[in-house]
Design a protein around this ligand. Structure first.
Ligand SMILES: [Zn+2]
Length: 335
């Protein structure tokens, strides 16, 4: 049967052909090349759409597929959990070691990237249940285009970047390099240069693999283990809550800011945006966003971004007005 498929990385939907197998749903482009294989046990229905990880599929006859999905069962017959556990087992051993703070940074550099990605994706999958991805296609395309520009040609790029529907004012980088921008932050930003600064800072964390060490410090080895084996239903709230309190070290923050300055300069984006972001965040009470958590001196950080500005340089706009409006509205407008 025919359908439309959005892989969640680039927010464009493709026309696809869908085949339902015994245990696996195969999604192929119209030229026959396979785009994704979804184990039926992992597919969730959301209205007219079907979800697996952060990808979305809509088809002409959703009832037909719905009937063939296994009944949801939380604890049994989930082969992916075993796969995730096996993939992550070496990482778990290292993670126990990670709990010893002086070795955290050293160990984080030696966890295999595939294990870190498996862990981050499990966490991401759980988080998306609480904070659904905002899927406005023009906004998604604008976000990806801005991210690519800020990242430049460096091979170490974010795994994916998305806006998720949470009222909190924050941005989070997960282990493995997924960057989540929370809708509450997007609502508070007035210019795309402010968002470019946030992206540049988070890309700094991705390149340094700060999130792995920070997540262990935040939620502990036991909680991470539960997330990796997929039985995290009871601790999702706790984990997501703890991630909001991610504590990067002062050095992590200083280094991420330094990377952000270099990236913005190379991308020809005015660093005044990030200075304005820090000034805005400073005024927010309650939940302290990640970028401020371990570094209360945000006015000094704003000043560093202002000092980097070159007088008389005509910076290129981070996004055009239509792209910015699409991005601001991609969760369905302000709530
Ligand atoms: Zn940070």
């Amino acid at each position: 049967m025919r359908g439309r498929f959005c892989d969640g990385r680039v927010a464009l939907a493709h026309e696809v052909r869908v085949e339902i197998g015994e245990r696996v749903l195969t999604i192929a482009a119209l030229d026959g090349s396979a785009l994704a294989h979804w184990p039926l046990a992992e597919i969730e229905r959301d209205g007219a759409a079907f979800l697996c990880a952060d990808a979305t599929l809509t088809i002409d006859d959703p009832e037909d597929l719905s009937r063939r999905l296994p009944r949801p069962s939380r604890r049994t017959d989930k082969p992916w959990r075993l796969v995730a556990l096996l993939a992550a087992a070496p990482a778990l051993i290292v993670l126990i070691w990670l709990a010893i703070p002086p070795l955290a940074r050293f160990a984080a550099r030696h966890v295999p990237m595939e294990a870190e990605i498996a862990m981050g994706d499990s966490l991401h999958f759980q988080i998306l249940k609480a904070w659904p991805a905002c899927t406005g296609p023009e906004g998604g395309a604008a976000l990806w285009s801005l991210t690519s520009r800020v990242n430049g040609s460096d091979q170490t790029r974010p795994r994916r970047v998305m806006v998720v529907d949470s009222p909190m004012v924050n941005a989070i980088t997960l282990p493995g390099g997924t960057i989540l921008i929370l809708r509450g932050l997007v609502d508070k930003l007035d210019t795309p240069e402010q968002l470019a600064g946030v992206l540049a800072h988070e890309i700094g964390h991705v390149r340094r693999r700060d999130a792995l060490a920070a997540s262990v410090r935040a939620i502990g080895v036991g909680a991470l283990a539960a997330i990796v084996v997929g039985d995290a239903s009871g601790i999702v709230g706790t984990a997501a809550g703890s991630l909001l309190g991610f504590t990067y070290s002062r050095d992590d923050e200083t280094e991420a800011d330094a990377q952000a300055l270099a990236l913005l300069n190379r991308a020809d984006i005015d660093p005044i945006g990030m200075a304005r972001t820090f000034e805005m965040l400073e005024k927010i009470e309650g939940n302290v966003p990640e970028f401020l958590s371990s570094h209360p001196d945000s006015s000094a950080r704003a000043a560093a971004f202002l000092a980097d500005r070159q007088a008389g340089r005509a910076y290129r706009p981070a996004l055009g007005p239509a792209q910015w409006q699409a991005l601001k509205g991609m969760c369905g407008g302000q709530k």
